[in-house]
Design a protein around this ligand. Structure first.
Ligand code: NAD
Length: 480
């Protein structure tokens, strides 16, 4: 994109498209080329203050809509996604560097999530009504919390924003959302398209970085809840900062998903599964299949399938065409971080079976990489790399679940076996919020997504996600 085509985006506050309060802007890059493709407002605490004021003005009106009215608005939001899916997919591909086909697949999912929460808005009920004390009747109400602050990551910018916005609005909350400072443009465009769909102030989108805009959201006394999708370090900082106002915290954080492969699995099927599950979105996926723990009887056969399958991935700038299967990582900093993990691992004796370097001069690329000869306590096994890097360990069946669980994270895991008894035992023993059997990565609007341990707390998607954006009130009425 040439400098003349550079687009300036605005924030959505109180139903108006506005520049930042102090007028500063940030340049947004295409990670496949390093070129500037857009400019967005660079916010400060003053932008959060203005957005909270707009949310405050909208709060009671939105709270008092019926669930059916909220359903209609969410269905209209889904229709906006459908009508503009090509444009939104193109923006997502440009800003995140993901293949157009992958970005295009995300849009119907976004619309489906909005439609799920549109319907779910009408299902909220209190769980209990009855005469629990003599002479009294009690019932439970589920209410919105009020103003919810939401902070999104850069890997699936629009989809993560929708995972947050949809349940919050369905439950009757108003929102102040901050996209990632690296990838705000699809969310800003969506917000622009929603200006006439939602009442003014119900959804406010404010751009800026974590220390300025993010922290102002977390510390704001009128914001009742903050929800983050991001790294563990950011999540811990937010939980600490939120303690000062005792706001509710909802954290979807990093992962280091194990892939436990028993000797009776089909090595070709595992390799085909991991070709997608480990490298989709350049491995920048919180549930990415990152650690293979393979039984001694399948280890060699699996590598014989997995290494060529990985090496066959077509890496490139998504603009080069539909054949590109994997783009760059998000930034020069992230590229340096991923390559740093690989340098330290190889210095400690790890063996790179394919990939291992940037592979291109322009853009922020990392080759799809398989690393073997790693110890359980190695940094590359214990820490989230968040790039196209998979470790492979040979493990005996009796230690497989213990080693799978032996990381600080607990977001997602998969087990590959033909034995239903082993599969059921895996589901029971694996300490992760989602366990797949003979697959890795799919998710559903109806089913909860969220982690254990340092992967955070709170659920996205599903009725559990909706409930997380509500508070429970006991009403107790004296009879007679
Ligand atoms: P990040 O933690 O760097 O940033 C996430 C968001 O937090 C950004 O909007 C950022 O500006 C903001 N932020 C940063 N510091 C802040 C602060 N001090 N106060 C308030 N906000 C602050 O994460 P990222 O690099 O954008 O995303 C990658 C991470 O997100 C990975 O760890 C990945 O696993 C995780 N993730 C988790 C899920 C999930 O569902 N569990 C989904 C996607 C991504």
């Amino acid at each position: 994109m040439s400098a003349t085509a550079l687009k300036d985006y605005k924030n959505l506050v109180g139903g108006e498209l506005v520049d930042g309060v102090d007028g500063a802007t940030r340049e947004i890059l295409n990670p496949a080329t390093g070129e500037v493709v857009a400019r967005v407002p660079e916010g400060t605490a003053a932008d959060v203050e203005r957005a909270v004021a707009a949310a405050r003005a909208a709060r009671i009106g939105w709270r008092d809509t019926t669930p059916g009215e909220r359903q209609e608005r969410l269905l209209a939001m889904a229709d906006v996604i459908d009508r503009h899916s090509e444009e939104l997919a193109a923006l997502e591909s440009l800003n995140v560097g993901k293949p157009r086909s992958l970005a295009a697949e995300e849009l119907p999912i976004c619309a489906d999530e909005l439609r799920f929460f549109a319907g779910a808005a009408r299902t909220l009920t209190g769980s209990s009504a009855g005469e629990y004390g003599k002479g009294y009747t009690s019932f439970v109400r589920r209410e919105p919390l009020g103003i919810v602050g939401q902070i999104a990551p850069w890997n699936y910018p629009l989809m993560m924003a929708i995972w947050k916005i949809a349940p919050a609005l369905a439950a009757g909350n108003v929102v102040v959302l901050k996209p990632s400072e690296l990838t705000p443009i699809s969310t800003l465009r969506f917000a622009e398209l929603l200006a006439d769909v939602l009442p003014a102030g119900v959804l406010n989108v404010v751009t800026g970085d974590g220390p300025n805009v993010g922290e102002a959201i977390v510390r704001h006394p009128e914001i009742a809840m903050v929800s983050l999708t991001g790294s563990v370090a950011t999540g811990k900082g937010i939980a600490r900062a939120a303690a000062d106002t005792l706001k509710r915290v909802h954290l979807e954080l990093g992962g280091k998903a194990p892939v436990v492969v028993f000797d009776d699995a089909d090595p070709k099927a595992v390799a085909e599964g991991l070709r997608v599950a480990s490298f989709v979105n350049s491995g920048q996926d919180c549930t990415a299949a990152a650690r293979v723990l393979a039984g001694p009887g399948i280890y060699e056969a699996l590598l014989e399938e997995l290494v060529p399958a990985t090496a066959s991935l077509v890496v490139g700038d998504p603009a080069e065409g539909e054949s590109v299967e994997m783009g760059p990582v998000i930034s020069a900093r992230q590229q340096e971080r991923v390559l740093g993990f690989l340098d330290r691992a190889t210095s400690a004796g790890a063996e790179v079976l394919t990939g291992g370097s940037a592979g291109r001069d322009a853009g922020f690329f990392v080759q799809p990489t398989i690393v073997a000869s790693v110890d359980q306590q190695a940094e590359i096994v214990q820490s989230e790399v968040f790039g196209p890097v998979v470790t492979v360990q040979r493990v005996d069946a009796d230690r497989a679940f213990a080693l799978a669980n032996d990381v600080p994270y607990g977001l997602a895991a998969s087990v590959w076996t033909r034995d239903v008894g082993i599969a059921m035992e895996a589901v029971r023993q694996l300490d992760f919020g989602c366990v797949w059997v003979n697959d890795h990565l799919p998710f559903l609007s109806e089913m909860p997504h969220g982690g254990f341990k340092e992967s955070g707390y709170g659920k996205d998607l599903s009725i559990y996600g909706l409930e997380d954006y509500t508070r429970v009130k006991h009403a107790m009425i004296k009879l007679g």
